[in-house]
Design a protein around this ligand. Structure first.
Ligand SMILES: [Zn+2]
Ligand SMILES: [Zn+2]
Length: 148
């Protein structure tokens, strides 16, 4: 089903087919905590070619845990974080679930970076947990190969 989302001021909006979602996770890494101002970021992974974007986010690059550069996209008008991508893997987007118009259908599969969880925001114990990043980069490389 086609899903839509937008930033607070709606200058940036997007749509995608939720059958195209590749992965979903809560990320408790310190960088996600910093950029969301919360205990974690809740993320959907989708191929860039399956994501229709209207508007131009501004990007801020930070060094990720694996030495990769994470470009964090946000609305330059209202500041809402919308999606990120790795400089090394520009064809995949990491979409912030909270920007969806309706996120009731979202099922999160796992917790990443539980090693940096805070006591006030512990990982969901019903989900698979990873202390760090479960070789996301490698998984995606394998995925790209299988898609090509
Ligand atoms: Zn905005
Ligand atoms: Zn993170």
């Amino acid at each position: 089903m086609i899903q839509k989302g937008h930033c607070s001021c709606k200058q940036i909006n997007y749509s995608f087919d939720n059958k195209k979602i590749i992965n979903s996770f809560h990320c408790h890494c310190e960088d996600c905590q910093r950029s969301t101002g919360a205990g974690k970021a809740s993320i959907l992974v989708i191929k860039k070619s399956n994501f229709n974007l209207n508007g131009e986010p501004k990007f801020y690059g930070t060094k990720g845990s694996m030495g990769s550069t994470v470009n964090r996209g946000f609305c330059s008008n209202c500041g809402s974080g919308i999606f990120s991508y790795l400089k090394e893997l520009p064809n995949f987007l990491f979409l912030k679930v909270g920007t969806l118009q309706d996120s009731s259908w979202v099922k999160i599969e796992s917790n990443y970076f539980t090693k940096s969880c805070n006591e006030w925001n512990m990982p969901d114990e019903q989900l698979k947990s990873f202390k760090g990043n479960p070789n996301l980069l490698e998984n995606i490389k394998t995925l790209i190969k299988s898609l090509n």
